[in-house]
Write a protein that binds this ligand. Structure first.
Ligand SMILES: Nc1ncnc2c1ncn2[C@@H]1O[C@H](COP(=O)(O)OP(=O)(O)OP(=O)(O)O)[C@@H](O)[C@H]1O
Length: 657
């Protein structure tokens, strides 16, 4: 809840002050501002762009290098047929309602939810019960308040109906939502106007390849399809060995109907996706699962959610997989790796949970799905989806294209196979079947073993059989024993063919960055204006702040030497030589999250070293330049902490003002 959301220091989180910092320090802004800005599109300024690069580097190291994944870069422009086969053309859609008078477009489920929640809130107020704050942004709260205006205490039966409606909203079709809007007289909260019935709108951006219009295409809504269609190359690269995994970091595009909550719902965003291919007959075991068995995760399972509870249970992943709460080892292994990644980049893990998808949320083909959700002032937000997509994608693409998307591997022991065959005597069947010959042949080939056995018995008794041929106008054909025979043949099988299953952790980088920025934001006690962004040194956008005590030309040569050495150590740095006090210079750069400050003072001129300041504690040490730089390099690589450094190097009692 927004009201319960606290900073890492337990302070009330002030979203307005936080957003003002992001703007002031140029972390981000809406794209194309001089043209009035475009909703759902953001430009990243220098601090956020650098932060993204650092986080992506850690992601690459944590997943691609550590897990020996195959990095891929696939095209963003995707032909229509690919996304038709994957189901996106038909199903990747949301319902929207239009306000015919203002032209405003509202996502139907959001509209219903907002209005009904507002009525329930108002009812609670009327009953004098404690009201929880809306989890969404202030604009949404305003809308809710407006919607609730005039609402009175509800009838018990209506209240129950509303609660049930909210719990089952995810199951509603467009028609269901249309009926709800009518029945409950739901109007646009902003204008008070009636809205048009819901219409399904596909969320993909459509375009075309070339100028002829003959090659329709989309900007991809996820990176996954390119990876599936590279399956054969990946298998070759991994010497035909499974499990294997590919990974892709790249942009995806979704024409969200009502983008809101800043970076949390945008129309163009960076995704980092893994496709881990595994033999389904292996029980989806993971070779490194034993290493993570004892790691504990906060798991909010389906049963708990069904009971209306949102408190996760902290469980070791070993127990969760043994009890089948988490479907298999591979899925469990990735949940652990996701949490370790979040910890590594500085996410506050008390604001992290894994939520299992409810049955109605999962794609029909998915075996199990867990979202890694992060708590921000907007509430719990899905930042990583981790799904077991079974064999769905490879199977549908194989069926649509005829391309072999399976694994063939030699069997340890050859297996004796007994199979019914339908043998068509083409010489005799030709004159009878004429142009339908090929269709009948294909139909016979496609018959199941059981059906072929049944037909052999019929043939024995009646000397003829009726075979279904959907491709023929008549839909069937009668064949006698001169034309077709059914025989049981025995052969030795030496190879096994199977379609791998896919476990897919899918990261939305922007949502993670936003949550991270909220998690590291706090204000120094006693002075509300002094905000700090406590980025870990390993990911901080700028590593070092250089502050000469005063504007004094005598510092010039030391400054030059320091800059050269920082550059040699590949440390990013900022020099603040402005005339304001050291304290002010430190505190305004704390807002950028620079973890370390090096001061050049008059004692430095006498060869007595430099001071190094830690952003979070504001403690300082004094040492030679080489000692200081060695410490900074180690801390920025995550090899040492400030506590380690403070034990090694002599403390310095510097004043900040
Ligand atoms: N519009 C968006 N803006 C920013 N990030 C997004 C957006 N849509 C999805 N993501 C990110 O991509 C990840 C994987 O996408 P996925 O298709 O699982 O999301 P989703 O279930 O459609 O999300 P939601 O239900 O919130 O729209 C999400 O966990 C999220 O971090």
């Amino acid at each position: 809840m927004a009201s319960e959301y606290k900073t890492i220091k337990g302070q009330e989180f002030d979203r307005a002050a936080f957003e003002s910092l992001l703007r002031r320090k140029c972390f981000l802004w809406q794209s194309f501002e001089p043209y009035g800005a475009v909703k759902g599109l953001f430009d990243y300024g220098p601090p956020l762009e650098n932060l993204e690069a650092e986080v992506v580097n850690i992601w690459r190291d944590h997943f691609i290098r550590h897990e020996k994944m195959m990095a891929l870069k696939c095209s963003m422009l995707t032909p229509y047929e690919v996304l038709k086969t994957s189901g996106h053309v038909e199903k990747f859609a949301d319902y929207m309602c239009k306000d015919p008078k203002t032209g405003e477009i509202l996502r139907s489920d959001h509209l219903i939810k907002d209005v009904i929640e507002a009525r329930l809130k108002s009812d609670k107020e009327a009953r004098g019960e404690k009201v929880e704050e809306a989890e969404e942004d202030p604009k949404r709260k305003k809308k809710q308040a407006k919607a609730a205006k005039g609402a009175v205490k509800l009838d018990d039966a209506v209240r129950k109906e509303y609660e049930h409606l909210l719990a089952t909203l995810d199951d509603c079709t467009g028609d269901d939502m249309g009926a709800l809007i009518k029945k409950h007289e739901i109007r646009n909260p902003t204008s008070g106007n009636e809205v048009e019935p819901p219409v399904s709108v596909n969320l993909m951006f459509q375009t075309q390849i070339g100028a002829t219009g003959k090659e329709p295409a989309f900007l991809r809504p996820e990176t996954a399809q390119g990876q599936f269609l590279s399956f054969q190359k990946l298998l070759e690269f991994s010497d035909n060995q499974l499990p294997m995994a590919s990974a892709s970091i790249g942009y995806s595009f979704r024409n969200e109907l009502s983008p809101r909550s800043g970076l949390l719902r945008v129309r163009e965003f960076l995704m980092a996706e893994v496709e881990h291919f595994v033999d389904p007959e292996s029980g989806k075991k993971h070779p490194k699962f034993a290493n993570v068995r004892d790691v504990k995760l906060p798991l909010l399972d389906r049963k708990t959610q069904n009971a209306g509870n949102t408190t996760p249970t902290v469980t070791s992943i070993g127990e969760a997989v043994d009890s089948k709460l988490v479907d298999n080892e591979t899925l469990g292994y990735f949940l652990v790796r996701i949490m370790l990644f979040m910890e590594k980049i500085g996410i506050d893990t008390t604001k992290l949970r894994f939520r299992q998808h409810m049955a109605n949320e999962m794609a029909h083909y998915a075996a199990d799905c867990w979202d890694c959700e992060l708590l921000s002032s907007y509430g719990w937000i899905e930042c990583v989806g981790c799904a077991d997509r079974s064999a769905y994608d490879l199977s549908v693409h194989e069926k649509a294209t005829g391309t072999f998307l399976k694994v063939r591997e030699p069997l340890k022991e050859p297996v004796k196979i007994e199979e019914w065959q339908a043998n068509l005597d083409k010489k005799k069947s030709g004159p009878k079947l004429k142009k339908d010959q090929a269709k009948v042949e294909a139909a016979l080939k496609g018959l199941s073993q059981e059906f072929k056995e049944k037909l052999s018995l019929t043939m024995e008794k009646q000397g003829k059989v009726e075979v279904p041929v959907p491709e023929m106008e008549s839909g069937k054909v009668e064949l006698d024993k001169d034309i077709v025979s059914f025989v049981k043949e025995t052969r030795m099988e030496t190879m096994r063919e199977y379609t791998p299953n896919v476990i897919e952790p899918s990261f939305g980088v922007g949502r993670i960055l936003y949550s991270l920025m909220e998690h590291v934001y706090w204000t120094r006690e006693g002075d509300a204006a002094r905000s700090v962004m406590s980025f870990k040194p390993t990911i901080a956008p700028i590593k070092v702040l250089v502050v000469p005590l005063q504007k004094d030309t005598r510092f010039a040569h030391l400054l030059q030497e320091l800059e050269q050495k920082l550059d040699d150590d590949q440390l990013s740095f900022k020099v603040d030589q402005s005339g304001v006090s050291i304290g002010k210079r430190y505190s305004r750069n704390d807002e950028l999250g620079i973890p370390f400050g090096i001061t050049i003072d008059y004692e430095s001129l006498e060869g007595k070293g430099f001071t190094l300041r830690d952003r979070d504690s504001t403690k300082q040490v004094r040492a030679s330049l080489d000692e200081i730089l060695e410490a900074v390099v180690k801390m920025c690589k995550g090899k040492e902490t400030w506590e380690d450094v403070a034990k090694r190097l002599p403390a310095f009692e510097g004043k900040e003002e």
